[in-house]
Design a protein around this ligand. Structure first.
Ligand SMILES: [Zn+2]
Ligand SMILES: [Zn+2]
Length: 278
């Protein structure tokens, strides 16, 4: 009898242990914080990513990253400490500033950069780049995608990154812009997708069926204009394999149509949302 009790106690303890492990594994603290325009901080327990964080152009319409936030990013004050990656979707002035990026990388020597060739070329053309070349070169990851190329992928310190080149909005007028749609799986398994200024035409997405199918995205960040066309909504709902999406690149004066669409979107810097659903 006594032995049975010990066994049952052991089983109970084992069960408690296993369920605790399951709970702690399930208890994601992953979130996305809005910085401005298409700039986002994505974080889980062990990894932090910044998308399109440095830019100065708002075209009189879009949200700049407020001074206090950009100061905190440069200083590395929480939550902007221990950033692992900076991603650049494309080298337009409302997403990218080469000089800011260089200054940031110089002072944060643990940060890896993943960016299209057009952004890397601008970065390397800065005179200060050559002075810091030794520290910078190993941390630059160029995504060399031409239009129509197969998906690119790379795993860097347990973070799985892939990208496809999707034309810039306004296609075919800005066909030369290397706009990347990134899909990133963080250490604890949460996957996000940043779409830059992607064009909402399904012809661009259908050739990458296998790529979308390979990996479920927990949260995608499309530019808000995707919500305004049936084709855009169809891409989000039926093609890219995302469970949830949060619109970005939202004008400071939020369009009424966006509010009434009932879609999730970011419009106020520091807004934070969960990126993982159970
Ligand atoms: Zn653009
Ligand atoms: Zn833009």
């Amino acid at each position: 009898m006594k032995r049975l009790r010990i066994v049952s106690l052991a089983v109970t303890l084992l069960f408690l242990f296993v369920s605790r492990v399951a709970v702690s594994h399930d208890n994601h603290t992953s979130s996305a914080t809005y910085l401005g325009n298409a700039a986002i901080l994505v974080q889980d327990e062990s990894t932090k990513l910044l998308f399109d964080p440095f830019f100065h152009k708002d075209f009189g319409i879009y949200q700049l990253v407020p001074k206090d936030i950009s100061h905190a990013i440069f200083q590395g004050t929480p939550p902007y400490n221990n950033i692992n990656f900076v991603f650049i979707s494309h080298a337009h002035d409302d997403h990218f500033s080469a000089i800011d990026l260089l200054n940031y990388l110089k002072h944060h020597s643990q940060v890896q950069l993943v960016a299209p060739k057009q952004a890397i070329v601008q970065l390397m053309a800065l005179s200060e780049f050559s002075e810091n070349e030794k520290s910078l070169m190993p941390r630059l990851h160029t995504v060399p995608l031409g239009y129509g190329d197969m998906a690119w992928s790379k795993t860097i310190s347990n973070t799985h990154i892939s990208a496809v080149r999707i034309p810039h909005a306004g296609w075919p007028s800005r066909a030369g812009v290397e706009n990347l749609v990134f899909r990133v799986t963080l250490n604890d398994g949460v996957t996000v997708m940043h779409m830059g200024d992607a064009d909402p035409n399904d012809d661009h997405y259908l050739p990458y069926k296998t790529h979308w199918r390979q990996q479920v995205t927990d949260t995608a960040f499309p530019p808000y204009w995707f919500f305004f066309s049936a084709e855009g909504r169809d891409i989000l709902d039926d093609i890219i394999n995302a469970k949830q999406y949060i619109g970005v690149h939202v004008p400071v004066e939020v369009p009424k149509r966006l509010i009434s669409s009932k879609k999730l979107f970011f419009s106020k810097p520091s807004q934070t949302k969960k990126i993982h659903q159970h």
